[in-house]
Design a protein around this ligand. Structure first.
Ligand code: GLA
Length: 389
């Protein structure tokens, strides 16, 4: 079983806290975003993968409408009622669970409360989507507990709504879909217009390193939302200028952007160029992967980061330093920021035989600049969310 030691600890803590075994347990992994940045809410394309770090959610029905929820790392309990699920300003981790519960309750009435506990090993705030993992394992576990069956896309949308309504981030569907759809050794390629996804073999010649800088810059969610607004403003402009229908930036090519951007501010035009270019890179990357051209795919990752840095301005000094260092390390094929940006992690594509030396070189290069190393871990594309018990 993946992350068996976390599972064993969860069981021990659940028994100690509630004095019985949980009726259901579900698991959901975090994700890396490999190519296609801020394209999901622009109805574009992304390569991502579920990772070998994740979160377990264990629950049993309670005898009333009362819910008890424990964050297993802190062993802190909060209580609320299924009949009045409201966002909380304290212990905000509960909001991801509450938002997901509210979404399930919108599908079918929830008959009673639950005694729940969750525990995982995804580093928080690292850009590996620990919050989506929590939503997806909550959704699977409580769905099973209450007999509420939903398909993957509906569950992903429930998680996304939890982020929008309960956490204030107007995210797309990438994190939730990746957590649900991942498969061992494979990338997930998603078209976010139709939310159709397929998995693509990664091959033995590739693995990923995740370099967590621990950088977290102010106004993270605010900056995410303003980037999204700029993209929507640009899409509305191109809808007026182009002669074919434009409902999202997905419908605009780089060539059209160059001709028809007049009338947009430089900033908004640059913001729009990022997801448009990313869509083209994902489609090109799919062709390269099909031919087994990992070095070519890696170069697209470097281009993606440069586009983030210059056009979308969602990078930062720490992430740039990792990518710059990666470019000089033998065996590294590509590197880019992963996820929302403004801090968090860089994902690095490397041949498995070079993973260890590249990890040491990256940590050292970072330490030379910032006084302490970034955390580097080897990431294996892993199975998606599932019921464990
Ligand atoms: C965050 C969001 C996703 C996606 C990425 C950027 O992870 O939650 O929906 O927009 O940023 O690609």
């Amino acid at each position: 079983m993946v992350n068996e030691s976390v599972y064993n600890e969860l069981m021990k803590k659940y028994r100690a806290h509630y004095g019985r075994d949980p009726e259901v347990i579900a698991y959901a992994p975090g994700r890396i975003e490999v190519l296609g940045n801020h394209t999901d809410y622009n109805e574009g394309f992304v390569f991502s993968a579920a990772i070998n770090y994740g979160t377990f959610f264990a629950a049993s029905k309670s005898a009333s409408k009362a819910c008890r929820l424990v964050a297993g790392d802190l062993m802190k309990e909060v209580a609320f009622d299924v009949t009045g699920i409201e966002a909380s300003k304290t212990d905000t981790w509960q909001n991801y669970v509450k938002g997901t519960l509210a979404g399930l309750a919108g599908v079918k009435a929830v008959p009673c409360g639950f005694d729940g506990l969750f525990l995982g090993n995804i580093p928080l705030g690292s850009g590996l989507s620990s919050s989506a993992a929590l939503e997806m394992c909550t959704g699977l576990a409580l769905g099973k507990l209450y007999g509420i069956t939903v398909d993957d896309v509906t569950l992903a949308k429930i998680g996304q709504k939890a982020e929008h309504m309960y956490a204030g981030c107007k995210c797309g569907l990438l994190d939730q879909i990746s957590s649900l759809a991942g498969q061992a050794g494979r990338l997930v390629k998603t078209d976010f217009r139709t939310v159709a996804y397929e998995t693509v073999e990664m091959g033995e010649a590739a693995c990923f390193l995740m370099c967590n800088t621990h950088a977290k810059h102010a106004l993270v969610d605010g900056a995410y939302n303003t980037r999204r607004e700029a993209c929507e403003q640009a899409a509305a402009h191109f809808a007026k200028e182009l002669r074919h229908p434009v409902t999202a930036l997905r419908d605009v090519s780089m060539a059209e952007w160059a001709i028809y951007k007049r009338g947009l501010s430089d900033t908004v035009a640059n913001r729009a160029a990022h997801p448009i270019g990313e869509d083209e890179r994902v489609l090109k990357g799919a062709e390269l992967l099909a031919k087994g051209d990992l070095p070519g795919f890696g170069l697209l990752m470097f281009d993606s980061h440069e586009s983030s840095r210059v056009l979308f301005e969602n990078s930062c000094e720490e992430l740039d330093a990792v990518v710059d260092a990666a470019k000089k390390i033998p065996g590294v094929l590509g590197a880019r920021l992963s996820g929302g940006g403004f801090g968090g992690s860089v994902v690095v594509l490397v041949h498995p035989r070079d993973a260890e030396t590249a990890s040491i070189a990256l940590a050292n290069a970072y330490a030379a600049k910032f006084g302490k190393p970034c955390d580097v871990s080897v990431i294996k594309p892993a199975a998606g969310a599932h019921i464990v018990k």
